[in-house]
Design a protein around this ligand. Sequence first.
Ligand code: SF4
Ligand code: SF4
Length: 204
Amino acid sequence: MPYRFTFDLSRIPRFFFTEIAKVSYQREMHKKVGKTVQRMIEKFRIQEATGLDLSDSVTLLEDLIEVQVRNIVERERFVQTKKRALFLPHCSRKFMDNRCKASFDPNIPSYICAHCSPDCAIGNAVSFGENKGYDVYVLPGGSCIPKILNSKHYEGVVGVACGEEVKAGGEVLKAMHICGQTVPLIKNGCANTAFNIESLYKTL
Ligand code: SF4
Ligand code: SF4
């Protein structure tokens, strides 16, 4: 399910995400970070940059921190997993219309990337993931995840998605005792979305 608001953090300085990682470590140490979140919103002028009100900015940052905390907690177990999947969101394809040459296989269900555009983040992520030995899926929505996990029995999953989808997917993984790592979208909106591909490469 998408957020009720749209955001674009793709122009926020990279340093912002380093701060998110630092704050996440503090949260992992059970420290309260409420005031730090407020300070970050002011420091990086998140409201001005995104047009979000304070409450939605807080939701967004808290979700980004939550995702990082889960990544930290699960990392050690994740690196020991062997059979892994990578779930990518269809909304980050370079094209959302018939210029995207991917076919869709409803039996999996997943788009099968045809690598039509060298600068497509999804095309690049598919290649990188497959080279690393992952089974890669380009999903039309998070509701496809249980079907795939029930038939393939993965030990570890890396997912790229917006915060809301990550939360829903995280619950599915937890119930199935599968280790997860997440790369959050930095621009949502269900079309032409964006994620940091370097973060994905590091996570894989
Ligand atoms: S590279 Fe793959 S996902 Fe991207 S537009 Fe082409 S076929 Fe679609
Ligand atoms: S932004 Fe992408 S991942 Fe999030 S709900 Fe929309 S289509 Fe799904």
